[in-house]
Each structure stands twice: as C-alpha cells, then as structure tokens.
Design a binder for this molecule. Structure first.
Ligand SMILES: Cc1cc2nc3c(=O)[nH]c(=O)nc-3n(C[C@H](O)[C@H](O)[C@H](O)COP(=O)(O)O)c2cc1C
Length: 206
C-alpha cells in the first residue's frame, strides 16, 4: 500500500513538472516571435481590444485604412457593405504592411458586419501571403456574434494555422450606441482578453 502511494505521488510529480516546462517553453517561444496586430475599427471598440492585446503580447499595432473610406452614415455603410458582399468586391486598402514575411503571428481584428467578415479584411487576407504563419482573429459585435467571419478567415488562409478567436459585445451602432469600451466595460475586456490569451498560450505579462 505504501509503495502504491509513493508510486502515485511520483506520477503526479512527474506530470506537474512536465506541465510547468510546457508553459515556460511557450513563453520562450513567444519571445522569439514577431507579432503583428492588424485591425479594422469604425467606432473604436475593436481598436480597444487590439490595444489590450498589444499591452499583453507586444508587437506592432497597425490600423487598416481604406483608399476610399466608408460613409459616416450608418444606413449608407450597411447598404454599401451588403452590395460589396453580393458582388465579392474587394475594397482597395491604403495601408500596406512592409515586409509582412517577417511576422510569425498575425492577430486580425474586425467588427461583425452583416454577420460576415468585413470586405476590407477579405482584401487584406487575399492580398497578403500569410502562408505558414499563425493567424489569430478577434472581434467585437452588437451582440449577434461573429456570424461567418471566423470561418471566412480560415477559408481565406488555408495554409496558415488559425487559432481560437476572441469575441465580445461592443457597440450597437444601429441603436446609436457607438464606443462602449471604457470604465467597467474596458476592465471586463482586459480580463477576458487576458484569459483568452492564457488559454491559447500567448500571455507574456501573466
Ligand atoms: C455596416 C455595419 C454592419 C454591422 N452588422 C452587424 C451584424 O451583422 N451583427 C452584429 O452583431 N453587429 C453588427 N454591427 C455592429 C458592430 O459589429 C459593433 O458595433 C462593433 O462593436 C463595432 O466595432 P468597431 O467599434 O471596432 O467599429 C454592424 C456595424 C456596422 C457599421
């Protein structure tokens, strides 16, 4: 019986050590990686998530800008995005990432638009070669979820490793609720982002 207890303790000790090593090596590997955080944000909710990710992980933070910006008016942008989706139009981007090949991990952030991936993010994924890189999507939405957006990221990046994404309720522009990521809501976002980063093995500040 005594031998049996010693055996069980040894096995438990062995597994606890190997788990600790796994976490350390994950942290070490993040140190060697070049990280890009690329995001689209109209009313700055997704932008706030991008900034929180950068605080935790480091890396370069770049905002997607369009050659022809979308209309300010909500109904006008909804109509335009719907037409772009119907015709599979890829809006030309003003932002160009220099030497994209140098990045190992690319976070891409966007709001849900029409329950889909916003057309400018499709432009980005189609125009940049992210083969062999790790892609991590993140999203804010009005409470209806990510729709097909995360699946589209995977479809457009068949040769990349796409990790579990982050999603959170942001603004509800339809109801005139624009930027919400401040005060308690921002604190909640910081906590959720940290938990998610830890889950996918990428939290440097933990
Ligand atoms: C053109 C447009 C379409 C939208 N469609 C959806 C939608 O289908 N589902 C949803 O939950 N939210 C939708 N929203 C709301 C945004 O996803 C939400 O407000 C998000 O937090 C905005 O992020 P941002 O502040 O980074 O721009 C839409 C907003 C816009 C402007």
């Amino acid at each position: 019986m005594q031998n049996y207890i010693i055996f069980i303790i040894s096995v438990l000790y062995f597994f606890s050590c190997s788990k600790a090593q796994e976490t350390i090596s994950e942290k070490e590997s993040l140190k060697d990686k070049k990280v890009l955080i690329f995001y689209l944000s109209r009313t700055k909710n997704t932008k706030t998530i991008a900034e929180i990710i950068q605080k935790n992980v480091g890396g370069d933070l770049v905002e997607l800008e369009l050659q022809n910006p979308y209309p300010e008016n909500y109904k006008a942008i909804v109509d335009q995005v719907s037409k772009e989706n119907e015709s599979a139009f890829l809006p030309p981007l003003k932002t160009k990432i220099e030497n994209i090949e140098k990045y190992d991990i690319v976070f891409i952030g966007f709001p849900t638009w029409g329950m889909k991936l916003p057309p400018p993010m499709k432009s980005f994924l189609k125009q940049n070669d992210l083969k062999g890189k790790t892609i991590i999507p993140f999203n804010t939405n009005a409470g209806y979820g990510v729709g097909s957006s995360f699946d589209t990221v995977k479809e457009l990046s068949p040769e990349s490793k796409v990790l579990e994404g982050f999603k959170m309720k942001g603004g509800v522009e339809r109801d005139g609720i624009l930027f919400v990521m401040e005060g308690k809501k921002k604190t909640e976002a910081e906590k959720k982002v940290r938990e998610w980063l830890t889950k996918i093995g990428l939290n440097k500040t933990k």
